[in-house]
Design a binder for this molecule. Structure first.
Ligand SMILES: [Zn+2]
Length: 136
């Protein structure tokens, strides 16, 4: 067997190895993608289950889950407070009737049409109750 025959065989077997490695990488990438998609679906399913359970048992939450429910309530309250702060920074006030946000200077709500006092913001902040008071 001559040098070129040996070289040809070596090249052929090398390209087979490279080919199978490429297939391996492609297969692995595809599997990673499928795993990631299934993990996302699983998380969303758990999330949906948790949300549905929370809504159905908010008032009668059994003991092992009560701690999660408390976390959800605290988080929702902070989110509500932060959203209010953000809207107030943008010179918005909340409609006293439907809760929609509207410019401070508007008298009538653009969503429900209710009349809102222009000084509603000052009156609201003067009632002494802030969400921070409930924090322990
Ligand atoms: Zn309104």
């Amino acid at each position: 067997m001559g040098f070129f025959d040996t070289l040809g065989e070596t090249l052929a077997s090398t390209s087979k190895v490279v080919g199978s490695k490429t297939k391996e990488v492609a297969g692995s990438t595809k599997l990673c993608l499928q795993i990631s998609q299934e993990e996302t679906k699983l998380k969303k399913a758990y999330e949906a289950l948790g949300e549905a359970y929370f809504k159905n048992h908010e008032s009668d939450m059994p003991e092992p889950y009560a701690v999660y429910a408390a976390d959800i309530r605290e988080c929702a309250a902070r989110l509500d407070s932060l959203t209010k702060d953000k809207q107030i920074l943008k010179n918005q006030k909340q409609c006293t009737s439907c809760g929609a946000w509207m410019p401070n200077e508007d008298r009538f709500c653009g969503k429900c049409g209710a009349e809102n006092d222009i000084l509603a913001k000052e009156a609201e902040s003067g009632d002494g109750e802030t969400p921070e008071d409930s924090e322990v």
